[in-house]
Structure formats: structure tokens, C-alpha cells
Design a protein around this ligand. Structure first.
Ligand SMILES: Cc1cc2nc3c(=O)[nH]c(=O)nc-3n(C[C@H](O)[C@H](O)[C@H](O)COP(=O)(O)O)c2cc1C
Length: 207
């Protein structure tokens, strides 16, 4: 070390970001019935590579678009699709996941799940987890642009934002329904990056 740098190191230095050794975090990934559901496979892989425990919860409609087996294999955890596959524990699995979650990420999120969450419905495990968890919620919508623009959807989005739910996307582009517009799922790499920030932000201190 050069003499000058030695002197600098000895001084009380400027503030810096200190990483606290990270605990493994739990991300619950909700997948709903959108044509973009296949992208949840890539997203699951990214979250696992980021070092997190990932539990996937799918709506019944989502299982028409991508097989639970795919997401179970990639997440290395059982996939929840119904209240009634919860047989392992005395404690309901959806409440257990709601409590364990450090983040609830719903990607892709349909107009339907956004409406359910805005109205506090709990008719399936994903909606029930969203009601029960105290973890941050990040929603990545994907739908036809006219569905997204509809005042009903926009009111639901605003209602959820008002309760602290964060939205990422949708983006503009060619949609699977043949229209061009605002409704495409945000890039999965960017969703994973935002999820990482929300999962680990308390592991960084300004010292
Ligand atoms: C081929 C196909 C693609 C669909 N894509 C979307 C979509 O991207 N976004 C959306 O909100 N709904 C989409 N839907 C409609 C939803 O699947 C439907 O509203 C369903 O009830 C959503 O249920 P869930 O939110 O419980 O998964 C699509 C339907 C079909 C048949």
C-alpha cells in the first residue's frame, strides 16, 4: 500500500454501503393464466440462481399454460395449485408461505388476479397468500392492451398502489393476442433484478 493511501485508510472515511451477511430469503412466485406464463420458468431459474428459496403458487388457469412439474423442478420445491394439496402440515400451507415470504412476486399477473387482490378475495391459495402476507408485493402484469387500459383495471391498479403494492410494467410491444400496445410482461431479467432489491434491501446499511 502506498504511503498516501495508508493515511487515507486511517482517516474517518465517507459513508459507505455495508453488506450484512445475507440470510437466504424466501420468494413466493405467483403465476396466473396469461400466455406469458411460460416466462415464469426463466424467472424461477433467475430467482434460484440469485440464491433464494423459491416457492411457486399457480392459479388453476396458469396450469393450462405451463406445467407445475416444470416450475417444481426449477424451484426445487413443491408447487401449490389448490388449497387441498396441503396435506403435510397441521398448519395450512398457504398461511405458512404467507408468513415465510420475504417477497410475494406475481408474474405474470392477469387482469383477473389484479381485480381479485384489489377486492380482497381469497378464493384460491395465491389470492389468500396476498391477503395474509405482510411481505412486500411486486406485480408484473401481462394482458391485452385494452384490458390494461380499461378503467376497471386501472382503478384496481391504483387501489393496490395506494396500499403499497408495487407494479413493474407492463411494457409496450407486440402482444400475443395480435394487437400492439401496452400489455407485455416486463423483461424477466429486470423483474428478477427488482425482486432482488426488495428481497435484500434490509441487508444493506449505510455506515
Ligand atoms: C390463450 C389465452 C391467453 C390469455 N392471456 C391472458 C393474459 O395475458 N392476461 C390476462 O389478463 N388474461 C389472459 N387470458 C384470460 C385469463 O386466462 C382468464 O381471465 C383467467 O380467468 C385468469 O385466471 P387467473 O387470474 O386465476 O389465472 C388468456 C386466456 C387465454 C385462453
Amino acid at each position: 500500500m502506498e504511503p498516501n493511501s495508508k493515511r487515507r485508510a486511517g482517516k474517518t472515511s465517507a459513508r459507505k454501503v455495508v453488506d450484512i451477511p445475507a440470510r437466504k430469503k424466501t420468494a413466493v412466485l405467483g403465476v396466473t393464466g396469461s400466455i406469458a406464463a411460460y416466462k415464469s420458468a426463466e424467472l424461477t431459474s433467475l430467482l434460484v440462481k440469485q440464491g433464494h428459496e423459491v416457492f411457486v403458487v399457480m392459479t388453476q388457469d396458469a396450469t393450462e399454460f405451463i406445467a407445475p412439474l416444470t416450475l417444481q423442478t426449477l424451484s426445487k420445491n413443491p408447487v401449490m395449485t389448490s388449497f387441498y394439496d396441503e396435506k403435510e402440515n397441521w398448519r395450512p400451507g398457504h398461511i405458512d408461505l404467507a408468513d415465510r415470504a420475504n417477497l410475494l412476486l406475481i408474474a405474470p399477473a392477469t387482469a383477473h388476479i389484479i381485480a381479485e387482490l384489489a377486492h380482497g378475495l381469497a378464493g384460491h391459495p395465491l389470492a389468500a397468500i396476498a391477503l395474509a402476507t405482510r411481505a412486500p408485493i411486486l406485480i408484473a402484469p401481462a394482458m391485452n392492451g385494452k384490458m390494461w387500459d380499461n378503467p376497471a383495471t386501472q382503478e384496481n391498479v391504483e387501489k393496490l398502489k395506494g396500499r403499497g403494492v408495487e407494479f413493474i410494467g407492463p411494457e409496450e410491444g407486440m402482444l400475443a393476442c395480435g394487437y400492439e400496445g401496452l400489455g407485455r410482461l416486463w423483461k424477466v431479467n429486470d423483474i428478477a433484478f427488482r425482486a432482488e432489491f426488495l428481497l435484500t434491501r434490509h441487508d444493506k446499511l449505510i455506515a
